[in-house]
Write a protein that binds this ligand. Structure first.
Ligand code: NAD
Length: 290
């Protein structure tokens, strides 16, 4: 397949490389200077999009997505699929899909879970919003870049699934970290705490797969001085998106709101910027001492 790939950063770079490795013809574009194995580079986003059967975007936010979409939609061939894999607000996803639809394209919002490791290994999970025809066109590419793709509904449904998932993740990570800090105060050994909770009703991905305590449970960013992994500021971005969506749809999300407030404080005032989002645990330890 002839693929245009725009946004070749930490996630987009390895995703594009995997598509090229699978035999697709990939023409990429990024604002920054990049070199991606097997990927030819265009001079503009519009050039990368011209003649492509599928255009994939993997960009930082909704504003940049809208900007890039305005440039590439007129350059794309009618009937081509426009696959946005960035994490953006639901409104931007729906608006870009509306414009793509009007231009005779097949839009899919398909944010991912699995991080940089999943992007490199080709084991991402895609959550997709769009028509059946658009999803069917994207499906073989999901198979190359990931291990699972769920068709969640119409345009915007993929972003809705992503921000709901990450709201749960932010809340459970905070709960796991504060529980470890409390267990410390109560004199409970951390390995015993992990042993019990990871096999009891308090278990979660945050505890079982990404344990925030160093030297406990599986290998995780806690064992690497909290280098991200998934940076605290990216978690904050996703929590803000969930609260924006909650306000826009009149949903009551008090735990999500509190998680957003805690990550704002952590990132903006407590040295969390540039650390993994599980560094909430040393943050609770620190505050427990004061
Ligand atoms: P990144 O900053 O590494 O990559 C974004 C790339 O887009 C950069 O290379 C940047 O130069 C490029 N870019 C910005 N504006 C552009 C423009 N106008 N035209 C062309 N290129 C432009 O970010 P990332 O970690 O690859 O994340 C990309 C998206 O994936 C984000 O929406 C993020 O929330 C989401 N995401 C990231 C992770 C993760 O673990 N990093 C996990 C899941 C989802």
């Amino acid at each position: 397949m002839k693929i245009g790939f725009i946004g070749l950063g930490n996630m987009g770079g390895p995703m594009a490389a995997n598509l090229a490795k699978a035999g697709h013809e990939v023409l990429g574009f990024d604002m920054a200077e990049v070199h991606i194995e097997g990927v030819a580079l265009a001079r503009t986003a519009a050039e990368a999009a011209t003649d492509a059967q599928v255009v994939i975007t993997m960009l930082p936010n909704g504003q940049i997505l809208r900007h890039v979409a305005a440039e590439i939609i007129p350059a794309m061939t009618k009937g081509a699929a426009f696959l946005d894999c960035s994490t953006v607000d639901v409104d931007s996803a729906r608006e870009v899909a509306r414009q793509a639809d009007l231009a005779g394209l097949l839009p899919v919002d398909a944010p991912v879970s699995g991080g940089v490791g999943g992007a490199a290994a080709g084991t991402l999970t895609f959550m997709a919003g769009g028509s059946k025809a658009a999803f069917a066109m994207a499906a073989p590419l999901f198979d190359v870049m990931g291990q699972k793709a769920v068709h969640c509904g119409t345009s915007g449904a993929g972003q809705a699934a992503k921000i709901c998932n990450n709201m749960i993740l932010g809340v459970t990570m905070i709960a796991t970290c504060e529980a470890f800090a409390l267990a410390d105060k109560l004199g409970l050994d951390r390995d015993r705490m992990f042993d019990v909770v990871s096999t009891s009703s308090g278990y979660s991905w945050s505890m079982n797969a990404y344990c925030p305590a160093a030297g406990v449970g599986p290998n995780s960013p806690a064992d690497n001085d909290y280098k991200p992994g998934f940076a605290a500021e990216l978690m904050l971005k996703d929590l803000r998106l969930s609260q924006q969506a909650a306000a826009g749809s009149d949903a009551d999300t008090p735990m999500g709101k509190l998680a957003e407030a805690l990550y704002t404080q952590f990132v903006e005032h407590e040295g969390g910027l540039g650390k993994d989002f599980s560094a909430m645990l040393p943050r609770f330890e620190e505050r427990g001492r004061s």
